[in-house]
Ligand binder design. Structure first.
Ligand code: ADP
Length: 908
């Protein structure tokens, strides 16, 4: 507040300005002195506005000298802006009315404006003003200070109202004294007046209000220094969360006079926080599914299992949330799964095809949110999870397909019997198939440690390899390059390399190729050369004509044998048609053969005549084959052998054969004649023998009567003669009998009879009848017949005759006390019977002949027994008429075994 300067109305006359520094006397003098030295600007004016007196402060402030003051009027020191105001004041003063306080602007000599607070008072004499006194106080600085305070107050006020935080100021009783706009807005009110004068506690929620009221005395201590969460009530009664920071307001002495509280509405943060934490849950669920899905070893089932357990945790109410994934006929569900009406579901699509479905259900009803009990986020989330699962399945499928195809190709590469390799752009060997590892001896470990592709070749060829690799990478060449490959163990082998650049996104990232071991091919080439040489030698040295003919029929090559055989020179015929050297009669045949061979057909060996230089024809045996070159018939190849001489021999042979056939016919006719004669002879013999036997029996009968002396006595000499007649007659009889038997069989007079007979029975009867012969000689006869021998098929009498003859011979040609034996065994469909003795035996040269009629051996001069020489021929005849055989095994001096076979009766 400006202080009023009161000058007493009884102020003495104004001092003479010309005597400002002089003090005349007494009271006035001291008063003037006081005015002069006062800090305020003081002036005294006459009624015309001329200066009567100015003090030091006036002079200092306005910068006029004493002399200059004389020429001035008061308007010179009043700022033009204040002239009007000043005139009014001055007029009042002239009329004797004082103006206590006014503000005007003065102006200094150098034009500077000075704001002053002034007062006027007038000196009056007899009620009439004579002079006017002004006292000015320079208020420029104060004004500035006031202005700056005002400004800063304004700024503060603006700030107070413009901060987003609500600010409330209250007294010690919590009565609100000041609030800002944000506080009004925050509390849902219209104006500050609705708050001023109310208790700040009313802003708190009921619960917080009670606790705060209880301790109102302690409020200064309780005031939230740091951010504290409070719940406030809005004008519409809803509550919201705020963060409060409070402090105590104190007076100059430090005594508390009130409180200031800053409030920040954090309900939005609260919501955000909740939303955020929900999002975090959702994201972590998605992240876990994603991470699980990326594990290379995870199966689809494992992923679904994991997902159904993860999903509920990211929903608002995990404890009542259940989940199920259905994939085709497979189902994955949380233990608590139960389909309810509060359900969310989304299709899991793989390559735009529905693969399955994921469902989330709440097990109990929940407050309705946007649409149903689920939040928008959850509805989005299930779609995202379904989409993600679909993608993972798709990726897995693709990965599996990829790894399968990679596996397939790798296996295929491993299957290849050649080295397959791959190098990166730094020519580092990054892949080699199994064959490659085996061939070069490098292990996969060697590759991992780093191996240059160059190391597969001998160092001398590095430059060439590098040049060729460059050609391949720039697409100039990729055909096979021949190198000498180098194994890890230092061995080398010839190789051919085919390679191609490996590209990725259009960039060349390496080289891939195949290394073919050329050893075999080289060897094969060598072998081919050798075999070619051999064949050439063969062709040149062959004794047969070897010829090649072009498809047009012209001769293209002939071997030296052609010259030797025909006398022509080969060159004479090269290029000529082959038909020129063939006998015209054979041309149709040979042309046909040629055409067939050209068509690629196999042709039989043919015979044709070849013309020689001496105009003769040689018969050639010709074999023709097509000559195949690159899969096409390029001509034919012929091999011709001169068979003229052979043919000659063949013809002669044929002639001889014809002769032989003729002779054979003649012979057969002769044989038939002989047989006829033989039969006639047998018939003759048979009838002859019969005719002879009758008189011979008469002779024997009567001789026996004479020996027995029935007709009368005879002397000893006569008796001896009679014995001789008798013995000769008996011998003759047996001879005739046997001749008769043989003849009858040979002539077929006796028909062959068959009957089933048990051999044992026949043998038994023989042993019985032969006893009379064997016993006197003290010879034994053993019998051994195979067990279960089937019956034989022949006439019993015949078999008895055979056995009798053989046993009789065995006995005859065996010494006394000799051992005889009959054996019978089965040999397939035959019964094989042996008659064995340990007698004289038969020399080898005689063993066949004894079966001829009348062939008798005479090994010992004192042979006692006399046979007919017809026994064995008869036996042979009988055996053979049953289809059997007879032969003898014997060793001279040791004994004989006569063996014969007879058919067994059909047993089955
Ligand atoms: P023979 O009436 O003389 O016995 P065979 O035709 O029966 O006439 O026999 C011919 C000859 O074979 C006999 O003279 C005899 O020398 C010889 N022979 C036959 N059987 C035997 C035998 N078991 N041992 C030795 N010689 C035999």
């Amino acid at each position: 507040m400006a202080k009023k300067l009161k000058i007493p109305t009884s102020t003495p006359h104004p001092p003479d300005p010309r005597h400002t520094d002089g003090v005349s006397s007494g009271e006035l003098g001291s008063y003037q002195e006081l005015l002069k030295n006062a800090s305020d600007i003081i002036q005294s004016l006459d009624l015309n506005g001329r200066f009567l007196f100015v003090n030091h402060a006036w002079q200092e402030t306005l910068s006029y000298s004493n002399d200059e003051i004389d020429g001035l009027t008061v308007l010179d020191i009043i700022h033009p802006d204040s002239h009007e105001k000043w005139r009014e004041i001055f007029e009042h003063a002239v009329l004797g009315m004082n103006v206590d306080t006014f503000e005007i602007a003065l102006v200094t000599k150098d034009g500077q404006q000075i704001l002053v607070e002034g007062s006027t008072s007038s000196n009056s004499i007899d009620g009439k003003p004579t002079a006017i006194l002004n006292i000015f106080r320079n208020i420029s600085q104060r004004r500035q200070a006031e202005e700056s305070i005002r400004k800063s107050e304004e700024e503060l006020r603006l700030m107070f109202d413009s901060v987003v935080e609500g600010i409330i100021v209250s007294d010690l009783n919590a009565v609100l004294t000041r609030v800002n706009n944000s506080a009004v807005d925050m509390l849902g009110l219209q104006s500050k007046d609705q708050l001023i004068g109310r208790s700040g506690l009313e802003l708190l929620s009921l619960y917080e209000r009670e606790t705060a009221t209880d301790r109102i005395e302690d409020l200064p201590k309780q005031l939230p220094k740091k951010g504290t969460r409070v719940t406030l009530i809005k004008a519409d009664g809803t509550e919201f969360s705020a963060e409060a920071i409070g402090d105590v307001l104190r007076d100059a002495l430090g005594n508390p006079v009130g409180f200031v509280t800053v409030l920040r509405d954090i309900s939005i943060y609260r919501q955000l926080e909740e939303t955020l934490s929900q999002h975090v849950k959702e994201l972590s669920c998605l992240y876990s599914i994603d991470k699980t899905g990326q594990r290379p070893d995870i199966t689809r089932n494992e992923l679904c299992q994991k997902a159904i357990n993860l999903v509920p945790t990211s929903w608002q109410y995990p404890e009542i949330t259940c989940c199920r994934i259905t994939l085709g006929n497979q189902e994955f569900r949380t233990n608590n799964f139960q389909p309810t009406e509060w359900k969310l579901s989304a299709n899991i699509n793989v390559k735009a095809q529905k693969e399955g479905v994921i469902e989330v259900c709440y097990l109990e009803t929940k407050p309705e949110l946007d649409e149903g009990p689920f939040s928008k986020g959850e509805r989005l989330l299930i779609n995202t999870i379904a989409e993600r699962l679909g993608q993972i399945f798709e990726n897995k499928q693709t990965e599996e397909a990829l790894s399968l195809s990679e596996k397939r190709y790798r296996e295929l590469a491993d299957f290849l019997p050649q080295t397959v390799f791959e190098c990166d752009q730094n020519s580092r060997l990054v892949f080699m198939n199994r064959h490659g590892h085996q061939t070069f001896g490098y292990t996969p470990d060697d590759l991992d440690k780093g191996l240059s592709g160059l190391q597969m070749f001998i160092p001398e060829q590095y430059n060439r390899v590098i040049n060729n690799v460059f050609k391949v990478l720039t697409g100039l060449n990729s055909s096979g390059f021949e190198y000498t490959a180098l194994r890890k163990d230092g061995n080398t082998f010839p190789a051919i390399v085919y390679s191609a650049p490996v590209t990725h996104d259009g960039m060349t990232v390496g080289l891939r190729g195949i290394i073919i071991d050329n050893t075999e091919r080289k060897r094969a080439e060598e072998a081919l050369r050798e075999s070619e040489m051999r064949y050439r030698n063969l062709v040149e040295n062959a004794s047969d004509v070897i010829v090649t003919i072009a498809t047009d029929g012209s001769l293209t090559s002939l071997n030296p044998a052609f010259e030797t055989i025909t006398g022509w020179t080969c060159s004479r015929w090269i290029g000529q048609p082959f038909t020129s050297i063939i006998n015209p009669e054979d041309l149709p045949l040979m042309s046909g053969v040629f055409q067939d061979a050209i068509r690629g057909e196999m042709v039989e060996t043919v015979e044709a005549r070849l013309r020689t230089r001496s105009d003769e024809y040689l018969i050639m045996e010709i074999k023709v084959r097509p000559l195949i070159s690159n899969g096409l018939v390029a001509g034919i190849f012929g091999l011709a052998r001169d068979i003229t001489a052979r043919k000659q021999t063949e013809w002669e042979l044929q002639e001889k054969n014809a002769q032989l056939v003729r002779q054979q016919h003649q012979l057969m006719e002769k044989t038939a004649e002989v047989e006829r004669a033989n039969q006639l002879k047998s018939e003759f013999l048979a009838s002859m023998s019969h005719e002879l036997r009758t008189p011979l029996n008469v002779i024997i009968g009567f001789s026996q009567l004479l020996v027995d002396e029935v007709p009368g006595g005879v002397n000893q000499e006569q008796k001896q003669c009679l014995y001789d007649i008798l013995s000769s007659s008996e011998h003759l009889l047996s001879l005739i009998n046997e001749v008769l038997d043989i003849s009858r069989i040979e002539s077929g007079i006796i028909p062959v009879k068959y009957e089933e007979i048990a051999l044992s029975e026949v043998v038994e009867s023989i042993t019985r009848t032969m006893a009379s012969i064997l016993t006197p000689r003290r010879q034994s006869l053993a019998v051994e017949i195979e067990q279960g021998l089937p019956p034989i098929c022949a006439e019993k009498g015949m078999v008895e005759q055979v056995l009798r003859n053989l046993v009789d011979n065995a006995s005859k040609y065996t010494q006394e006390e000799g051992k005889l034996k009959i054996e019978a065994i089965r040999e397939g469909d035959w019964c094989q019977v042996s008659v064995i003795d340990n007698g004289t035996g038969i020399k080898e040269e005689d063993q066949i002949r004894i079966f001829e009629p009348f062939y008798q051996l005479d090994y010992s001069p004192e042979r006692k027994e006399r046979g007919t020489g017809l026994g064995l021929p008869l036996v042979k005849q009988i055996i053979e008429q049953y289809g059997g055989r007879i032969w003898v095994e014997s060793e001279y001096g040791l004994g004989s075994r006569f063996i014969f076979t007879l058919p067994l009766a059909a047993t089955g």
